[in-house]
Each structure stands twice: as structure tokens, then as C-alpha cells.
Design a protein around this ligand. Structure first.
Ligand code: ACO
Length: 332
């Protein structure tokens, strides 16, 4: 297990949070829940039909005694969640009938548990797509008041320990915002620095705002956007070490940083990389993973309460780790 994950799991155990798993009868999820409970990483809450969930546990031979199971079809909470959901979304055209239907849906039920304070965080994605979870989370849990938008960070644990913080880098945004504005990029940078502190323990987040240009070496509207994002980020977080625009190598390689961005407090020693859009970010993290051999762990940031997504090919360990990261985010 990587040192990063060990630290995150141990931090999660220090203040146990209630984490909802809406895909409660999914095989990997049931096995993960039993490990999470046994190791004290969180109090997992499985959503689904108890008979089905218990049958999966019996088939696997895992112990889920003491784990809370919530069944939206029989729960006393469902009517209340439907009413609250209707009040929250009626201005957006949601009818009482549709709210009642949605409250019976495992994902909406889980999100409403968090909204109404019955749980601290949520992890899904073994079955559902990113959008299936993200849309209700954005609609109902919404963005933290001090944040303009929800985005994501990837914690990249690279084999080359000279990079970032002993091989650890944070990449953003690689999941959510296809085409962020300059202001949105600035907020993504600030949120990523917060994530890096909370989850990676970075004492000095150093943010590079990436482009195909370093300090005006190229002129283009896309470059100007990143330059504006740098200005905006300095306004929002004047104490944050952040610089740009700069190229990927200028951000990470000390010699190149020193020659292309002389005097920059970040160039050559960045530990957080903010990509200019989702195409660059998503491609960038996959290159680092597949060609660079990095282990990567994704989290959403900027939501009023933590909700995180898994890949549908996730392992039991991936679920346990994502629950641990969600629990640490919920610790605040
Ligand atoms: N931050 C905060 N709120 C947001 C954001 C955001 N980034 N994006 C949308 N919203 C809000 C909207 O304001 C709206 O709220 P409202 O209904 O209260 O007015 C609500 O979310 C829904 O917004 P839409 O624009 O209608 O949502 P859409 O259906 O377009 O879905 C989504 C939003 C799911 C985030 C979309 O942007 C998306 O699909 N992003 C890319 C996800 C993806 O496929 N990533 C890559 C794969 S994942 C991987 O590789 C690991």
C-alpha cells in the first residue's frame, strides 16, 4: 500500500465519519464495506434491499454485522426526503410525483441523506457513471459558499521521487469542467491547494497554471486566459504560491523552470498542476498513469459535503481508499 494511502486511511480512523455507499448490493461494495467497518475507516451505510445485500455478503463469506442498511423502498425517511427534495427543486420544475420517484432512487436517497445531515459523505461509481452521481450532487449538495464551482483533483503518486513532494503531485481539473473560464480556473487552483493540504499533507502548496506558453513565450487567446486566471487566483488567495502561465516542463524541471521563468517561486518545483481545460487534464493524468507509472487517486472538491466517484472497473481496495479519502474530506 502506498504511503499516501496509509496516511489517509489512518487519518480517516482518527475521527470516524458516516459514508454512504448507494450501490449497496454491488459485490465489490459489500466486500469493501466489511473491510471499512472492520478497520474502523468509516461507518459505511449500504443503500439497497437488505435481503439482497445479506445474500451477497453470505455468498462472499464476509461479515457485515453492525453495518447500517437503508432501503429507500421501506425506510421511514423516504417521505421526508421526497418532500425536502421537492422544496429544493420545485423552482427548477420538479413535481411532487417526480420527487417521490427520485427519493426511491439509491443515488438521490444517498445524496438526500447527506443534505439532511444523516450522513457525512458518499462514494459511488462501481455501477453508475460519473454524471449519474455528479448531477444530483451538484443540484442538491451544491458548491461551498466560498467556492465558485465544483472540480476535481487527482493525487498522482509517481515513481520518480524527485517530482513534486517526494513523487506526489496534484493534477486538476481532470474530471468535471470541460471548458473553465479564467475565473473558474483560478477557483480550481485554490480548491486544489486546499485538497493538497488536507489529503496529501503538503505544507507548502506550489501551484503552476499550465499552458503551451511560459511567461509570454507564445501569444494566443488560450494563453491570455491562463494569464488572467493567474491574476484572479492572486486576488482570491494572495498568500498562495502560484505562478504561470507555464509549460509542463517549466513547472517540474528545476533547470528549465530557472531558464524559462527566472525568479518564479513555483517554476521547477511545482507540486500542483492546473491544466487549462478538461481535455488537457484528463489526457495528462492518463499519460502520467499509463506511461509514467503513477498510481492515481481522484477526489471531487468544492462540494458542500464530500461525494466521490469510482471507475466502473474499480477494485475492492479502490473503494476502501476512496471511502477513506471521503472521510478525511468530511473531517474538514
Ligand atoms: N460546479 C458547480 N455546479 C455545477 C457545475 C460545476 N462544475 N457544473 C454544473 N453545475 C450545476 C449547474 O449549475 C446546475 O445546477 P441547477 O440545476 O441547480 O441550476 C446543475 O449542476 C446541472 O447542470 P447542467 O449543466 O445541466 O449539468 P450537466 O447535465 O451538463 O452535467 C456535469 C454536469 C455532469 C458535471 C457535466 O459537466 C459533465 O458531464 N462533465 C464531464 C464529466 C466527465 O465525463 N468527465 C470525464 C470522465 S471521468 C474520468 O475520466 C475519471
Amino acid at each position: 500500500m502506498s504511503q499516501l494511502i496509509e496516511k489517509i486511511r489512518s487519518k480517516a480512523c482518527s475521527d470516524v465519519k458516516n459514508i454512504v455507499l448507494p450501490e449497496g448490493d454491488e459485490v465489490r461494495t459489500v466486500e469493501a464495506a466489511s473491510i471499512i467497518k472492520k478497520e474502523g475507516i468509516a461507518n459505511p451505510i449500504l443503500i439497497g434491499n437488505p435481503e439482497k445485500i445479506n445474500a451477497v455478503a453470505a455468498e462472499l463469506g464476509v461479515d457485515i454485522a453492525g453495518i447500517t442498511i437503508e432501503d429507500p423502498d421501506t425506510s421511514e425517511r423516504t417521505t421526508g426526503y421526497a418532500k425536502a427534495l421537492y422544496e429544493l427543486r420545485k423552482a427548477k420544475g420538479l413535481t411532487e410525483e417526480d420527487a417521490d420517484k427520485l427519493a426511491h432512487d439509491v443515488m438521490y436517497y444517498g445524496i438526500m441523506m447527506i443534505k439532511l445531515g444523516d450522513a457525512d459523505g458518499l462514494v459511488s461509481g462501481a455501477v453508475h457513471t460519473t454524471g449519474d452521481m455528479l448531477r444530483p450532487a451538484l443540484q442538491i449538495i451544491k458548491t461551498k459558499p466560498e467556492m465558485k464551482l465544483v472540480s476535481s483533483s487527482f493525487l498522482m503518486d509517481c515513481p520518480n521521487k524527485e517530482l513534486g513532494e517526494d513523487g506526489l503531485l496534484v493534477y486538476a481539473d481532470c474530471v468535471v469542467n470541460p471548458c473553465p473560464t479564467a475565473e473558474e480556473l483560478a477557483y480550481i487552483a485554490v480548491a486544489s491547494a486546499q485538497t493538497a493540504k488536507a489529503l496529501c499533507g503538503f505544507e507548502e502548496p506550489r501551484v503552476a497554471m499550465l499552458s503551451f506558453s511560459t511567461k509570454g513565450s507564445a501569444k494566443h487567446d488560450l494563453v491570455s486566459k491562463v494569464q488572467q486566471a493567474v491574476e484572479k487566483a492572486h486576488e482570491i488567495a494572495p498568500d498562495l504560491l502560484l505562478d504561470g502561465e507555464m509549460q509542463f516542463d517549466a513547472a517540474l524541471v528545476p533547470k528549465i523552470g530557472a531558464s524559462k521563468a527566472k525568479g518564479s517561486p513555483v517554476a521547477g518545483r511545482a507540486n500542483i498542476l492546473v491544466f487549462p481545460d478538461l481535455q488537457a487534464g484528463n489526457i495528462g493524468y492518463k499519460i502520467t498513469e499509463r506511461i509514467g507509472g503513477a498510481e492515481c487517486f481522484a477526489v471531487l472538491q468544492g462540494l458542500n459535503a464530500p461525494c466521490n466517484d469510482l471507475s466502473r472497473g474499480c477494485s475492492v481496495d479502490d473503494i476502501v481508499n476512496t471511502v477513506a479519502m471521503t472521510a478525511v474530506q468530511a473531517q474538514g
